[in-house]
Design a protein around this ligand. Structure first.
Ligand SMILES: [Zn+2]
Ligand SMILES: [Zn+2]
Length: 743
């Protein structure tokens, strides 16, 4: 007989506790149930990890209460959380917390209940009624069932009056759960599958074969990398793969970057599965939902009514059961990585969940991450390529403008080249639209000469040095190399080398001056925070009320406007020279995505990329739409310095209020790790060095970077060593496995 529940409390203790199950709760508690238990003098909530016959501990306390009629965690997701805790070096409870949204963890059930009045046919003889009572009953007989509040309003009656009638069994008042639907007001027009071109067909064929038998998918590995150029029709392949999954009696999870989770995206999925034999609800999970909406969406999945889930990062934990397919769209997006603990990468968690539940995983992108493409090349993933646009449109022509010439022509730093200026003018005359794009500079800045394009780089690590303005110093945050800020450019002797870049406001100002009659709209993160403004703004742009849209990378994602024939990238250099080994990759991705916004309609598109380093490979390969070429040369660079994807990285951040103490701790930690981790073959440890963002608020931050070919064993040892490391007071150490942000 199982009488003991092993419980993980909602604390970060990385420990479970055993509790006795009282007889009255026997049979109601299962693995994955949420329970309330005593802990010290408090009562806490927790999740049941396992049921046991006996416990090694004595004097067990009793479980106080079980929440909800069924377990909230499915065993598959509990296993996934366990793996996450090990791999990402975080307490197990924290991993579990990501898997269970706050809205469903709470003690109080999150359903919204409402009182309804229902008509019941009179039992035999109708008793004597007043005229008023008869009138009310007649109205109710017409509508049969109606929310109480609404009925009271329309009949101008009182609850007491209705209760009286209820006592005489003439009507019924009861509580009904009312489900919230965040997209309830949208009108969904059903859509039918589109005809596929040969490349789409081949991709669907391979995915379908794997879906039939994920364990033995023949020549295909069950993880696919779907590399399709912008506009190649990946979404249609997703939709038809999901249809196959449903036919096989399984469900699907679709991950998209938060910012791409627009109403249009959601509508496309709902439209396909709103009718027909495969009809199912589509649950949507993202951060703009209210807590109540999130609760209801999640319950729809748990109850099996929504068999398709579309959502941002955390939707990878959705309790779809059985699960057949996970799609990660725009798999290269850095927003899949969570920046606070547990610092998981949703794409990698998806691949692991696929392996654990034997389901198919499709990673889609026009610009795959180096990691995924490397895995595809090494046959860990199956590669599917879609090289033509679904509508046969040509990819836009990309021109690179050398801004060094403009600098020589003009006084001061130029914003618009002559070429881009006249291209915008032409669009205004022809009533076509322009998107201008300014990739935001990272937190830290590099030093670049606007005259010759020179960038100060680290001689050891091949990344840009960070310009620390206050100390007037250049530093490498990987190896710690330091240098003085030169007064003149070392390459061309230009004295104006301390060029700090230009923000969107400045560009907007310049635009208004140059084109006073154009309708210009700036779109940045402040605007995007207000969901409706964003929708309205895009609507205005679509209907042609805006001539020029100016924004940051947020406008690079998936937007599709047929009348946009010109895209201008104001300074490609801003993302190119951030001190990160992925800077080139990010710039290539960004340029390709942005260029993909041009020419989605009847008229061919044109793209201008302005740069002070126009011959940088990331820019040149993006210009030629040449992913392969970019991949080859970028991989070579990563191989030389043992950066991912040929290695894996663990980034330790040591921070505190007193710099001396932080540096000292970092050095001690390094010495200790060097000793303890010496059995690991090929482990490279760099640093400690000040982080590019060396002072965040009032904290001093130092980095230690570990690189190794295989991470899983190292991360477990690392977690142990960090637990045992005596960290001085006021200094803290965090670890980020497979970091995406090196700031
Ligand atoms: Zn120079
Ligand atoms: Zn260095």
């Amino acid at each position: 007989m199982t009488i003991i529940a092993r419980v993980a409390l909602d604390l970060s203790l990385d420990k479970t506790f055993d509790y006795l199950i009282p007889p009255e709760l026997a049979g109601q508690i299962q693995s994955g149930s949420r329970v309330k238990v005593p802990f010290g003098k408090r009562e806490l909530l927790g999740s049941v990890m396992a049921l046991l016959d006996h416990s090694p501990h004595s004097n067990l306390k009793l479980v106080l209460k079980v929440l909800g009629p069924r377990p909230l965690l499915i065993p598959q997701v509990m296993d996934l959380a366990r793996w996450m805790a090990d791999y990402y070096c975080c307490p197990f409870e924290l991993a579990l917390k990501s898997a269970l949204p706050e809205a469903v963890r709470k003690e109080k059930s999150g359903w919204r209940a409402q009182l309804w009045v229902r008509w019941i046919s009179p039992p035999g003889q109708i008793p004597k009624l007043t005229g008023r009572q008869r009138e009310i009953l007649k109205r109710l007989e017409e509508v049969r069932e109606i929310p109480l509040k609404q009925f009271l309003q329309t009949t101008n009656s009182t609850a007491a009056l209705l209760r009286k009638l209820e006592c005489r069994c003439l009507l019924e008042i009861r509580e009904k759960i009312q489900e919230r639907d965040p997209y309830g007001d949208d009108i969904i027009i059903p859509s039918a599958p589109l005809e596929l071109n040969p490349e789409q067909n081949a991709a669907l064929g391979a995915i379908s074969a794997a879906l039939q038998n994920p364990a033995r998918a023949g020549k295909f590995k069950p993880v696919f990398l779907l590399h399709g150029v912008t506009g190649s029709g990946k979404t249609e392949v997703y939709l038809q793969s999901i249809a196959k999954t449903l036919e096989l009696g399984r469900g699907a999870i679709v991950l998209v970057p938060e910012i791409a989770l627009t109403p249009q995206t959601v509508e496309r999925f709902k439209a396909r599965f709103s009718t027909g034999p495969l009809q199912t609800l589509v649950a949507v999970l993202h951060s703009h939902l209210s807590s109540g909406e999130r609760h209801d969406e999640w319950q729809k999945i748990l109850q099996g009514r929504a068999r398709i889930v579309i959502g941002a990062r955390s939707a990878v934990f959705a309790p779809v059961n059985p699960l057949g397919l996970i799609i990660v769209d725009e798999e290269h997006e850095s927003s899949y990585k969570q920046e606070e603990a547990p610092r998981y990468h949703a794409r990698d968690v998806a691949v692991m969940r696929g392996r654990m539940e034997q389901c198919v995983v499709v990673l889609g992108s026009a610009t795959p991450s180096l990691e995924s493409y490397y895995n595809a090349r090494n046959r860990k993933y199956s590669l599917l390529e879609m090289t033509v646009r679904a509508d046969d449109k040509k990819l836009p022509l990309v021109r690179v403008v050398d801004m060094r010439h403009e600098f020589r022509k003009e006084k001061g730093i130029p914003i618009f080249s002559q070429l881009l200026k006249s291209a915008i003018e032409r669009r205004l005359e022809q009533c076509e639209q322009t998107i201008l794009f300014l990739n935001r500079r990272g937190y830290a800045s590099s030093l670049q000469c606007p005259k010759c394009g020179y960038v100060a780089g680290c001689p050891n690590c091949s990344i840009s040095l960070t310009y620390h303005r206050q100390e007037s110093q250049l530093r490498c945050h990987i190896c710690g190399h330091t240098g003085q800020v030169p007064d003149l450019c070392p390459a061309c002797r230009n004295p104006a080398i301390r060029f700090a870049g230009i923000g969107t406001e400045k560009v907007e100002e310049a635009l208004r001056k140059l084109f006073p009659r154009a309708r210009v709209q700036r779109m940045d993160s402040d605007i995007l925070k207000r969901k409706n403004d964003y929708r309205l703004l895009l609507g205005d742009f679509r209907s042609g009320k805006i001539d020029i849209l100016l924004g940051t990378q947020m406008i690079a994602k998936g937007l599709h406007f047929p009348n946009v024939t010109l895209v201008g990238i104001v300074y490609a250099d801003l993302s190119l020279h951030i001190p990160d080994f992925r800077a080139g990759e990010r710039t290539f991705q960004l340029l390709t995505q942005v260029a993909g916004r041009a020419g989605r309609g009847e008229i061919e598109g044109e793209v201008f990329v302005q740069s002070f380093t126009p011959f940088h490979p990331a820019i040149q390969y993006a210009r030629r739409h040449d992913f392969q070429g970019f991949y080859e040369q970028e991989l070579e660079f990563r191989q030389q310095l043992q950066y991912p994807p040929v290695s894996r990285v663990a980034l330790l951040t040591i921070k505190g209020k007193i710099e001396e103490k932080v540096r000292f701790t970092a050095e001690c930690l390094k010495r200790e790790l060097e000793q303890r981790l010496s059995p690991f073959d090929g482990l490279v440890m760099a640093g400690p060095a000040p982080a590019p963002l060396a002072r965040a608020e009032t904290w001093f931050r130092y980095h230690l970077m570990l690189r190794i070919r295989q991470m899983s064993k190292l991360s477990q040892s690392l977690a142990l060593e960090l637990k045992n490391f005596k960290c001085p007071e006021e200094v803290s150490v965090t670890v980020d496995i497979d970091p995406v942000n090196l700031m």
